[in-house]
Design a protein around this ligand. Sequence first.
Ligand SMILES: [Zn+2]
Length: 215
Amino acid sequence: MPVASKVPDEWRDGFLFVGNHLALDFLNTRPIWAEGPKELLPDVDALVRWLVASGVLTPQKGKTLAKKWKPMPEASVFLRALLKFRERLRAVVIRQEARLSVGTEFIAELNSLLKQHPRVIALQRKGEKLDLDAAFELEKPNDVWAPIATSVAELLSNAPPARLRKCEACVVHFLDTSKKGSRRWCSMNICGNKIKVAAYQNRQRAAGKKMPRGR
Ligand SMILES: [Zn+2]
């Protein structure tokens, strides 16, 4: 368990939530720790825990589905497909960050997922307000495509590429929602301090180089 788990806003149940977007938080389920890349979704149990941590499922529903999905072969098949999709999404996000357009193949794949797994929405009363929200319950593992595909489509259609960024010190991606748009790292606790120390050391080295040499 990473040390930063003490920070409740950034870590929930061992998963990182610094992306400011469900699609990016999903992408960030394969971070790289000091000891190398770490798959945070190694099995169906972990996937259900991530769905609960990200708010897609209620804890109660998560418990029911974890029990139901665990013995289902189609759940592992789905998870393998989902993780492959995540890596294709990574390539797309990296392209977007470089201001390159999304490939036609990926758009077609996403549209096919959206068609097969539409996200049903409905107007719901939330206190005094009315909210347009998801109105379907996940039952089969394949149903997870609905929230994932929708959030990816929202990311690619709504998020300004200039605000899509990879942390300067690690592989985590995020949507910069700060006022100034100057966010540079996934988190101050994880990489911010690391970058500051490195920058300080670089400045020190540069200052050392500029020292006048005797002629
Ligand atoms: Zn980072």
